[in-house]
Design a protein around this ligand. Structure first.
Ligand code: HPA
Length: 246
């Protein structure tokens, strides 16, 4: 019988390479919400699933990702714990490019996304508690691992999720900062919410790639985001290795 895959990594922008794992195989999983592609490998003998959130070659923009198929596919594999990575801009001057943030709250500014498995009918009407949206257990492992490796890490932060795919206006970044937001990205909602609905223990490590619009002196580009992700790829890999060891 094949071993159950209990742990998954969802790789965000700049994190497409599952090669931290060994013996990788690819599986296309058919869910009631569509198909999801996942690579399954092993880390020190333990099976680990790796999913590239934006698909192969970053081909799917944040507002069109099939979040439900992705999370449902992980659930079908038997996954219990998920570590997600996200590239983010910062609206907090203390959180600088290159810093890691183990976010503990989110503000939802998405507009046109299906954000639930529970749509009435057979799936029922369910209101899920998200007082503490991210799994405190995985968060503390991530924080300890980052400290062990010597990565600049903020142990808490509020993730503002925008609809994208455009970056924000300077006024939006100012507003998000005033509302208590620390970092801005385009994917944690509904991913985090669906994981919670599916009963998965889910946490995100956000990597600051730039200061948000208006704080940054330059117009933002996706290339800039990719460059900083590439420069910090080694740190991220070390963090994931150290976290997986725990
Ligand atoms: N805004 C939204 N998403 C992002 C950013 C940003 O500035 N940087 C990386 N992802």
């Amino acid at each position: 019988m094949t071993q159950k895959v209990r742990l998954a990594i969802i790789g965000g922008t700049g994190v497409y390479d599952p090669r931290i794992l060994e013996n990788i195989r690819e599986e296309v999983i058919t869910t009631p919400y569509g198909q999801a592609m996942v690579r399954i490998g092993t880390y020190q003998g333990e099976p680990v699933a790796f999913m590239a959130r934006h698909g192969v070659n970053h081909s799917v923009p944040p507002h069109l990702i099939n979040y439900r198929a992705n999370i449902y596919a992980l659930k079908m594999l038997g996954v219990e714990r998920v570590i997600a990575t996200t590239a983010v801009g910062s609206c907090n001057r203390n959180m600088k490019p290159g810093d890691f943030v183990v976010v503990d709250q989110f503000l939802d500014f998405t507009k046109g996304r299906i954000s639930t498995f529970f749509e009435g009918g057979e799936s029922g009407v369910v209101h899920t508690d998200v007082t503490e949206p991210y799994c405190p257990e995985i968060r503390s492992v991530l924080i300890a691992a980052a400290e062990e490796v010597g990565i600049p890490v903020h142990p808490a932060g509020t993730y503002v999720c925008t609809e994208g795919p455009r970056f924000e206006t300077a006024a939006e970044i100012r507003m998000f900062g005033q509302l208590g937001g620390d970092v801005v990205g385009m994917t944690n909602v509904p991913e985090c919410v669906l994981a919670r609905e599916a009963g998965l223990c889910y946490a995100t490590v956000s990597m600051v790639t730039n200061f948000g619009a208006g704080i940054s002196p330059n117009p933002l580009t996706h290339e800039e985001v990719l460059e900083v992700m590439a420069a910090n790829g080694e740190n991220l890999k070390k963090l994931l290795f150290t976290t997986l060891k725990q």
